[in-house]
Structure formats: structure tokens, C-alpha cells
Design a protein. Structure first.
Length: 197
């Protein structure tokens, strides 16, 4: 049995549903909002690679190391993007959150904070994780700022760690959050979501 079981998570008009081939058209449309695949520092699929992106994520689910979600508007069902648990290590109760991207119209809204609240709550309070991690490109400064706003700690940089889509080699910035830090981080996320915008 896989550590992460299929589940739908929802809050504040946003829902995370297990990624499926049926979401291909919606993911294409979400990625097209801002032509996100043109960013060299993200994992957003090019339009013609959307099905392969989904199939790769589904293989990761079968193998137990990745569980991808489709992010949708709860009222309309419109696909807004995708996010995943990945690098899942049940023996040490650790996973990472990543492969996260949203349509350009969703950026700088409550959507990312809501998704992280859902995923962190599920990871710490249902899966009983000890550690949740994040990794990002050393040049993805907006991602680093977003992770730090969540309250995660910067663990360090792995140099020469991975290939970017353009063939250059990136350094990877690693972050983590421990179970004992979660109550304070949860309170901060709820505060951010409830304060007037």
C-alpha cells in the first residue's frame, strides 16, 4: 500500500484532486495562460508534452515516489494548475512538495497559500510526516520567496544538481519544515488567508 493514498482536498474555493489523463485539456489551457512552459526555471509542460507530463506523474504514483494533484476552482471545476507530493520516503515519514505551477491569472492570489495549507495539513496531520521539504532552482527567486513566506527553513544549496529544460545545469535550493514547526506555520497561513487583501 502506498504511503500517500488518493484523496481530494478542498478549502476556500480551491480543490486538489488526483491528477488524471482527463485533465489534459485543462492543464494545457492553464499553462497557456502566461505561456508558462517558456520559463526555463519551471517544470510546466509544453502544450504537446502535456499528456507525457501526466503519464510520467502517474508512473511516479504507481512507483510510490510522486503523487500529483490537479488544482481546480471548486465551483466551476476549471483547472488552475498542478502540484505534487514527491520524493516520498515512508520509512522516515518525509516527502517534498513541488512540481507546482498555476495559470498566470492565479499567481499572487490566495490559491498557492490555500494549496499549501491543504497539502501541509494533510502531510502533518493525516500522514504524520516528520519533515516536508521543497526544492527550487537557484534562479527562481519568486519560488524561493514563496517558500520562505510559508515559514520553511533554507537547508542549503546542492550545486550542479539538475538539468534545466534549456540544457543548462542548475543549483538547487533546498528547504524544509519539521512537524514541531507546523502549528506556528499553520497559524501564519490561516492569518494570511483571513487578513483583508
Amino acid at each position: 500500500m502506498s504511503f500517500v493514498q488518493p484523496v481530494t482536498l478542498a478549502t476556500r474555493g480551491v480543490e486538489l484532486v488526483p491528477l488524471a489523463v482527463a485533465h489534459e485539456a485543462g492543464l494545457r489551457a492553464a499553462a497557456a495562460d502566461g505561456e508558462l512552459w517558456k520559463l526555463r526555471i519551471t517544470s510546466v509542460p509544453e502544450p504537446e508534452q502535456t499528456l507525457a507530463y501526466i503519464e510520467s506523474a502517474l508512473v511516479g504514483r504507481e512507483e510510490g515516489h510522486r503523487f500529483a494533484f490537479t488544482v481546480r476552482d471548486q465551483a466551476s471545476g476549471t483547472v488552475l494548475g498542478s502540484t505534487s507530493y514527491h520524493d516520498i520516503i515512508p520509512a522516515v515519514r518525509r516527502l517534498e512538495i513541488g512540481y507546482t505551477w498555476y495559470a498566470a491569472r492565479c499567481q499572487r492570489t490566495h490559491i498557492n497559500t490555500s494549496c499549501k495549507l491543504l497539502m501541509l495539513t494533510h502531510a502533518f496531520e493525516t500522514l504524520a510526516c516528520e519533515v516536508v521539504g521543497w526544492r527550487t532552482d537557484n534562479f527562481n527567486f519568486s519560488s524561493q520567496a514563496a517558500i520562505e513566506r510559508l515559514g520553511a527553513r533554507r537547508d542549503g544549496v546542492i550545486r550542479g544538481h539538475a538539468l534545466r529544460r534549456d540544457g543548462t545545469i542548475r543549483d538547487t535550493v533546498m528547504y524544509s519544515l519539521r512537524a514541531g514547526e507546523w502549528p506556528e506555520v499553520k497559524a501564519q497561513l490561516l492569518y494570511l488567508l483571513d487578513k483583508p487583501r
